[in-house]
Write a new protein. Sequence first.
Length: 109
Amino acid sequence: MAVLLIMNSAANRFDAGRLAERLMLGGWAYGVGSCIASLFPEENEAQAKQLLGVPSDRDLRTAISFGYPADEAALRVSQKPGRLSTLPLGRKPLDELVHVEQFGTHSLR
């Protein structure tokens, strides 16, 4: 299944991002995976609007595909970073993501 987010104008793109996030999280709560896509450049957006009969004054930049993961392993979330998997499971250590004042400075005190 696919959902296209048709917004009133380009001014609503931030809201489209928030809506996409909530739709994807809602799907995941029921075991449904998703993948977000951007309709870019403008020629692709225009072609999608024409195909779907969307008025030209509306904004259509975001599409989300939904489906069930191929197997149960895709639904597992590992607590062990670095575990070998076809999926990026686990979390990176905080000091790889957070920098204080300057890049590479990891002091969180």
